[in-house]
Ligand binder design. Structure first.
Ligand code: SAM
Ligand code: SF4
Length: 503
């Protein structure tokens, strides 16, 4: 961990902020999140840590004293986004200061009327006043999450106006790092991954009033050859079952009716306590907590997916009938190159377990196209897997080469254009499968947790237990957070349309 005192001005060009509680905006923070549900939930916990220290959350960077980006580096595009955000916060240089004085450059700031003295951008367009850059003087800027872990202190080189760099494996240290910034330290970092603890906080500021996320396992010990997660999130660490169940009880008492258990490989859960609960036992125990009407879990790894999980779903109606089981490719040769630890046939055995269940289970997956060396025949096998499994939804990605990963050095890279072609074919094929699948649901009735209200009168939306989106009509005045019965009247590839029958 590095830890420097703040100079008043480091290069003569940049103006930095001091401690956290001076300045016009007071103790306010803005937190923007990129990436997966794990990141969303990490942000809820980070917000909890700051709120507990008396900070107030604001919904734009302009009004914030502390600006935090919780980043994702799973694909290159996601990682680039944060540097473009940081670019918007670059303090003014001499040239830009002149443009400001000439009225050719104006900055976004907390006070829309004020002309800024910091945080400018590039040359203004001819005659026009540019306002894209943000007034960043006096603000504390932090990078959290996977990009922070991956780039480490290099972020300070690329964006010297950043003060805090903290990877997700070091979030336990966040309160301490924030205290150091409050004390006036210029730069603080949390970049260790050799931790064996999980990040638990007293207060988590939850975004969704009905669904509570709960990380039960952090990090990843699998070593898929394309993936940065083992580097950015560190080794697998599971949270004790008693502490998980205690939190679920508290969530139920606080009115949450749905709990989603999270982990990069959630079903690799290994209870560190003497109780040694298996993942399927934990699922059942969570479902038995009074007041919990839905239990979800994501993401499952095929290697650790067994019959016991299917049996838990069969036995408890309130364990949702949905499993997200990423396959990545339908070709055993590609799966081997990806180091996924299973063949196409072995994966299909797991699918067969779910297809044989007494209760229909909705299956979704992730796929990567254009992995190095993926032949036309390999890709065909991915398409035939779609036909065979009949997924309810697929998240498909073009392979993106990532730093430090073994696949970076693999031969036979697929050109971007070809990756795009394969992705479009895959998505078309899957869209047609979903259209046909969803058509079959017309006339059926589902329980829906209502989580959205349209601006159009009598229009609501929610999710079924199988995680399908249901848009439906009802003349009732208030339904948000309720569980209602909805009959499907028509279907689209990505959603169902229904009419409410009752509660
Ligand atoms: N742990 C989960 C698993 O094993 O499937 C998901 C982790 S990752 C956050 C979500 C998805 O991103 C992966 O399932 C994979 O499809 C995709 N992904 C990961 N690395 C990628 C890469 N280098 N290029 C393209 N997609 C990638
Ligand atoms: Fe990445 Fe593989 Fe771990 Fe998933 S299982 S997070 S894809 S290394």
């Amino acid at each position: 961990m590095s830890d420097e005192k703040a100079p008043a001005s480091e290069s003569g060009h940049y103006m930095y902020g001091g401690g956290l509680d001076d300045g016009a905006t007071g103790q306010t923070f803005y937190l923007e999140t990129f990436g997966c549900q794990m990141n969303d939930h990490d942000s809820e916990k980070v917000a909890g840590v700051l709120l507990a220290r008396g900070y107030r959350q604001v919904d734009g960077p302009e009004a914030a004293k502390v600006i935090l980006y919780n980043t994702c580096s799973i694909r290159e595009k996601a990682a680039q986004k944060v540097f473009s955000r940081l670019g918007e916060l670059r303090p003014v240089d001499e040239q830009e200061r002149k443009w400001i004085e000439e009225g050719r450059l104006e900055l976004r700031s907390a006070d829309p009327k004020s002309r800024a003295t910091g945080g400018a951008g590039s040359e203004p367009q001819s005659g026009g006043v540019r306002t894209r850059r943000l007034q960043s003087a006096g603000k504390i800027i932090g990078v959290l999450g996977c990009v922070a872990q991956q780039e480490g202190e290099e972020i300070f080189e690329r964006a010297p106006w950043v003060s805090l760099v903290c990877g997700s494996a070091s979030y336990r240290k966040l309160p301490q790092l924030i205290a150091e910034l409050e004390a006036g330290n210029r730069r603080v970092t949390g970049l260790d991954t050799d931790t064996d603890e999980t990040f638990e906080t007293e207060i988590t500021r939850r975004d969704n009033p009905w669904r509570a996320y709960l990380t039960i396992i952090e990090g990843c010990d699998k070593a898929c050859s394309y993936c940065v997660v083992p580097f950015t999130r560190g080794p697998e660490r599971s949270r004790g079952s008693a502490s998980i169940l205690e939190e679920v009880r508290r969530l139920a008492e606080a009115g949450y009716s749905e709990v989603q258990l999270l982990g990069q490989t959630v079903n690799s859960y290994a209870d560190p306590s003497a109780r040694k609960m298996r993942f399927s036992e934990l699922l059942t125990a969570v479902a038995e907590v009074n007041g919990i009407r839905r239990v979800r879990f994501t993401t499952s790894h095929p290697r650790d997916f067994g019959k016991d999980i299917v049996e838990a779903i069969e036995a408890r109606q309130n364990i949702c009938d949905h499993v997200h089981l990423p396959v990545q490719s339908g070709s055993t040769a590609v799966l081997r190159a990806m180091a996924r630890t299973y063949s196409r046939e072995e994966y299909l055995e797991k699918i067969a377990l779910m297809k044989a269940a007494r209760r229909p289970i909705s299956i979704t997956t992730d796929m990567i196209v254009g992995f190095p060396g993926e032949t036309e025949k390999d890709f065909e096998e991915t398409l035939t897997l779609l036909d065979e499994v009949q997924y309810d939804s697929v998240f498909a990605f073009k392979y993106s080469p990532r730093p430090n990963t073994p696949s970076l050095k693999m031969a036979d890279a697929i050109p971007e254009e070809e990756k795009g072609r394969r992705l479009a074919i895959l998505m078309d094929r899957q869209r047609e499968i979903q259209r046909v699948q969803n058509e079959k649901l017309v006339g059926e009735t589902f329980e829906v947790l209502v989580d959205g209200k349209s601006r159009r009168e009598n229009q609501w939306s929610g999710h079924t237990s199988s995680n399908r989106v249901m848009n439906f009509t009802s003349p009732e005045r208030e339904l948000l957070g309720d569980y209602v019965q909805v009959k499907v009247v028509s279907a689209m590839p990505n959603s169902l349309v229904g009419e409410m029958l009752g509660r």
